[in-house]
Design a protein around this ligand. Structure first.
Ligand code: ATP
Ligand code: MG
Length: 401
C-alpha cells in the first residue's frame, strides 16, 4: 500500500477521475485537486511537497502535457500518472515523452488504479513495494561494422542525458572500442575485474567502471585480445544482475558474432537492439540474426531494429528492406559524416553534434526504451518507424535532477 503522509496533486479536466483517485488512495490521503487550466497556467507551481501528481483528462489535451512536463521539470523524483478515457492513440506517446510514468485508462476495476499509483511511487523512489530492476539492452548485429558500437555508446549517453543512470558493458572482448568511442582511457577494464579475485558486489564493480562526463559509466573491453579468455560466462552471469540492480539501464555492446558471451547477454536481456545496415550483405545477415533470436525464444516485439545508413543510395528501397526482413525498421539513422568526426574526437554524437540528424535518431532510440520501460507493466506496444527528427524535443526533457 501507499504509505501514510503521501501528498497528491491532481490536475483534472473538470473533475475527471477525482472519484477514482480518492477511491484508490488510503482514506485521509490529502488530495489537492485543481483544474488543468489552473495547473497549466503561466507561473503556477506544483506544491513542492506533492509526492505524486495525477493528471486526468477525458481526451488529448495540450494543457495536460504542459502539466506533466512542469511536474517532472520541477521535481524529477516525483511520479506522474495520467488518467484518460477513450482511445489514447498518439496522446499516450506524447504523455510519455513529456515525462509521465504511467498511463491508466478509466474506468478500471477496483484496485487497479491503486496498484498503478503504488507502482509509480515505488519506481520513482527506487524501491518500496516493487523491486527495481533496470532494463538490459543488448545491442547486436551479426555483421561487422554496421554501427553497433556507435549505437550502444550514443544510446547510453542519450539515456543519461534524460536523467537516467546508464552503464555500458563492452562485450567485444577482443577488439572492443567503447573506450575510444567515449574518449575514456582504459585505466581499468573488464579483464581487471575478472581477475581481481574475491566475491563480486556492486561497490566493487563500480570501482572498475570508467565515467563519461555525461555521467554514463562503462566497463571497458580488455586491452589485448589474449585477455578475453579471462572473462567467463559464469562471471558475466554474476555481473549483469548486479549492474541491473544499480542502474536504470545496462547497455551491452557486442562483437559481430553469436559468441557464447553474446548468447549469455542475449539470454539475460530484457530488450534487444539489432543494428543492420542498408546493403545487401548486411540485410541478409540481419535477417539471419533476427531469425536466430526468434529461435532462441525472443519474440520479435522485444527486438528493436535500427537501420543504419538508411539513406544510402545502394539500389535498395525501404520497401525492399521491409519485404526482405519481414518487418519495418523501428529507427532509421542516416549516413552522417558527423559520426566518424565525433568518434575521432572520442565523443558520442549526441553530445558532439546534438542537432545532427544522426544524434536525433539516437535520441529517438533512447526515447523508445524510456517509453517501453515506463509502460512495461501496462500495455506492451509496438511503435512505428521513427524518422530521424523524432527525438528533437526529447533532449530538453527530464534532465538529471
Ligand atoms: N550512420 C553513420 N554514418 C557515417 N558513418 C557511420 C555511421 N554509422 C557508423 N559509421 C562508421 O562506421 C564505422 C563502424 O561503426 P561501428 O564501430 O559502430 O560498427 P560496429 O558494428 O560496432 O563494428 P564491429 O562489428 O567491428 O564492432 C565507424 O567508423 C563509424 O564511424
Ligand atoms: Mg563494435
Amino acid at each position: 500500500m501507499i504509505g501514510p503522509g503521501l501528498h497528491v496533486y491532481a490536475a483534472l479536466e473538470g473533475s475527471f477521475g477525482l472519484e477514482a483517485i480518492e477511491d484508490a488512495l488510503p482514506s485521509g490521503t490529502p488530495v489537492r485537486a485543481v483544474s488543468l487550466a489552473e495547473a497549466g497556467s503561466a507561473g503556477s507551481e506544483i506544491p513542492p511537497r506533492a509526492d505524486l501528481v495525477v493528471v486526468g483528462c477525458s481526451q488529448a489535451h495540450d494543457q495536460a502535457l504542459e502539466v506533466i512536463s512542469a511536474a517532472t521539470a520541477q521535481r524529477a523524483d516525483r511520479p506522474v500518472v495520467v488518467l484518460y478515457h477513450g482511445s489514447a492513440n498518439g496522446f499516450l506517446q506524447r504523455a510519455f515523452e513529456a515525462g509521465a510514468d504511467d498511463f491508466v485508462t478509466l474506468p478500471q476495476p477496483v484496485g487497479q488504479l491503486s496498484l498503478a499509483l503504488e507502482k509509480a511511487v515505488a519506481r520513482r523512489r527506487g524501491g518500496g513495494a516493487v523491486a527495481a530492476e533496470g532494463a538490459m539492452i543488448t545491442v547486436l548485429g551479426p555483421k561487422g561494422g554496421t554501427g553497433k558500437t556507435v549505437t550502444s555508446s550514443n544510446l547510453a549517453v542519450a539515456l543519461t542525458l534524460e536523467g537516467k543512470s546508464a552503464v555500458l558493458v563492452d562485450l567485444d572482448l577482443q577488439f572492443g572500442d567503447i573506450g575510444l568511442a567515449l574518449g575514456l582511457p582504459p585505466t581499468r577494464t573488464i579483464y581487471d575485474l575478472a581477475v581481481s579475485g574475491g566475491s563480486l558486489d556492486g561497490e566493487k564493480i563500480d570501482e572498475f567502471l570508467a565515467e563519461h562526463p555525461s555521467g554514463a559509466r562503462a566497463l571497458l573491453a580488455p586491452l589485448r585480445p589474449d585477455q578475453a579468455s579471462a572473462v567467463s560466462i559464469s562471471f558475466l552471469r554474476e555481473v549483469f544482475p548486479i549492474l541491473r540492480s544499480r542502474y536504470d539501464f545496462l547497455i551491452v555492446d557486442t562483437p559481430p558474432a553469436f559468441s557464447p558471451e553474446v548468447i549469455a547477454a542475449v539470454d539475460a536481456s530484457s530488450h534487444l537492439c539489432v543494428v543492420g545496415m542498408l546493403d545487401a550483405l548486411s540485410i541478409k545477415d540481419t535477417k539471419i540474426g533476427l531469425e536466430t533470436l526468434e529461435q532462441m525464444g525472443h519474440d520479435s516485439t522485444a527486438v528493436t531494429l535500427v537501420l543504419n545508413r538508411a539513406d544510402s543510395d545502394v539500389g535498395i528501397t525501404q520497401e525492399d528492406v521491409e519485404q526482405l526482413l519481414g518487418r519495418a525498421p523501428d529507427v532509421l539513422v542516416t549516413s552522417d559524416r558527423a559520426i566518424p568526426r565525433a568518434l575521432t574526437n572520442g565523443q558520442p554524437i549526441v553530445v558532439a553534434e546534438p542537432r545532427s540528424k544522426a544524434a536525433l535518431s539516437y535520441g529517438a532510440l533512447a526515447h523508445r526504451y524510456l517509453g517501453a520501460t515506463a509502460r512495461a507493466e501496462t500495455a506492451p506496444t509496438t511503435a512505428s518507424a521513427e524518422s530521424s527528427g523524432a527525438g528533437q524535443r526529447r533532449l530538453r526533457l527530464r534532465r538529471a535532477s
